[in-house]
Ligand binder design. Sequence first.
Ligand code: FES
Length: 156
Amino acid sequence: MNTEAKQMEGKVNSILDNYQCDKGWLVSILQDVQAEYNYLPEEALMWISRVLDVPLSQVYGVATFFKAFSLKPRGRHLINVCLGTACHVRGAVRILEKVERELGISSGETTEDLKYTLETFNCAGACAVGPMVIIDGEYYGQMTADKVNSLLESYD
Ligand code: FES
């Protein structure tokens, strides 16, 4: 087993220990693994399945049921562009296109350097100050395509 795999096993084991290896906490365990890696690595899911004695298909079932979980590597920063109606009529698509151009990825993708993942959503309930972009949970209202560059530059 290589060092990386060993490290992962160690981290996943300590998460499992926090829940006394109780399969009833599977969702919370997966949440903690995702918080650690920004996604759910296949090796981690296999290890969890073995330790908890839960079929791998069941672990994947939970991992794919919740939209918050990702089976693909995600960037350190999650950019969410609102495409809800109120933001849409105020130019949200232009903002999304600008972010896509700047990062060289489409919505749903992650940059190769694993810095950014780009996603869209429909309304954060802050329509009055749209168009809305959310990065790592931080709200940026009244967004324009011109502001995209400086906003991205503020993240490293
Ligand atoms: S439509 Fe974008 S915040 Fe409501």
